[in-house]
Design a protein around this ligand. Structure first.
Ligand code: PLP
Length: 358
């Protein structure tokens, strides 16, 4: 059945093993991040076989799905917990990333109620301007957190390269390392986890230039797609093709390359423009914007090029592959992070697990 996403679990396990090995050499433990694959239990298990220490996800629904499928590990919530769901967070996860005292208080109350201790990582914003407190807030918040009986400060962390695409550097990560020293000294505690890396940090780690105080990484894309995330460069000895999107040719017709009639907005509010290359062989496939991010897929056959998509159709120029392409044939694509996320989220894309290669 198409559209489908072929998922090669051995390649994911291999990638995890390579990344965990690289991090280990530099004293860094790895949590495998499953949010991009909607907490798919078999993918989480492949990451764990590859050596990640725990599984981190941004959504409680995903974490519950993995727990229900007997993924055995400790689970971490890496999106800030909602104040309104503190009890669910404590019930479902061992650890969460936090930046608000009100939420820490609610987590503590919920943990006391449940007879648990909930671990928190206090997040600092190093300039990427997504989650985290400004560095000068950290110490006062840590002091407040120390007074809350239901939580334990497991560490501090930062996330770079996501919202604003700010690259991790020896300098901005040194700030995190210095803050960790300060919290340990001023609060008289030892932090287990200085969690400063995600997939964007792997080249810095490999270069040996990352501050050695940073001892934890939360890694998703590098394990799934074998790339670091600042320039999307392939990482040594990893697979970039653990996922293969397949869609089927529904219609194959010789038609003009330019539309006929007065051009207004398309279904998504854009005014598309099409180059005039005369008549071309147009293939219409059964995958669309509901299932993928258009800019994030690349046909594996380089003779095919993407013309556009609506919610349920993808149009290709198949002129250069005339001899090969037929109605009913499956066409394969590589996916990037955004397209993978969308494909995993779409219930219309069948997930096919494979264990054969690598
Ligand atoms: C998504 C996310 C990660 C993982 O990022 P990758 O680039 O996929 O490695 C790590 N930390 C946080 C807080 C995240 O939201």
């Amino acid at each position: 059945m198409t559209p489908s996403l072929r998922i090669d679990l051995n390649k994911i396990e291999h990638n995890a093993r390579v990344i965990v090995g690289l991090c280990q050499e530099h004293g860094i433990a790895v949590s495998g991040v499953t949010k991009c694959v909607c907490g798919h239990p078999e993918i989480a298990k492949a990451m764990l076989r590859g050596g990640v220490k725990s599984i981190a996800d941004s959504r409680l629904e995903n974490i519950r799905r993995m727990q229900a499928a007997d993924v055995e590990t400790s689970f971490e919530l890496i999106r800030l917990p909602p104040l309104s769901a503190a009890a669910e967070v404590v019930e479902t996860t061992k650890l969460s990333l936090n930046s608000e005292v009100a939420v820490l208080t609610a987590l503590s109350d919920a943990a006391v109620e449940a007879g648990k201790i909930h671990d928190v990582v206090l997040m600092v914003d190093l300039g990427d301007l997504r989650e985290g407190m400004w560095p000068d807030e950290l110490l006062p918040v840590a002091r407040d957190a120390l007074r809350l009986p239901g939580i334990r400060i497991a560490g501090i962390g930062a996330n770079l390269g996501c919202f604003a695409g700010i690259e991790p550097s020896a300098e901005n990560l040194q700030l995190l390392a210095d803050l960790a020293d300060e919290v340990e000294r001023e609060c008289g505690i030892k932090l287990d986890r200085i969690s400063g890396h995600n997939s964007s940090g792997l080249e810095l780690i490999a270069s040996g230039k990352a501050p050695t105080k940073i001892n934890h990484a939360r890694i998703g894309e590098a394990i799934l797609l074998g790339r670091e995330t600042t320039h999307r460069r392939p990482l040594p000895d990893t697979f970039q093709d653990a996922f293969e999107l397949k869609a089927e040719v529904l219609e194959l017709k010789q038609k003009p390359s330019q539309p006929i009639g007065k051009c207004a907005e398309d279904a998504f509010g854009h005014r598309p423009e099409f180059a005039d290359c005369g008549e071309i062989l147009r293939a219409l496939l059964n995958v669309g914007r509901e299932d993928i991010q258009l800019s994030g897929i690349v046909p594996r056959d380089s003779r095919l090029s993407i013309l556009g998509a609506s919610s349920g159709y993808l149009a290709l120029d198949a002129s250069a592959a005339q001899d090969k392409i037929r109605v009913g044939e499956e066409v394969s694509f590589d996916v990037n992070y955004g397209a993978l996320l969308r494909a995993m989220t779409s219930e219309f894309v069948k997930k096919q697990l494979e264990h054969d290669s690598a």
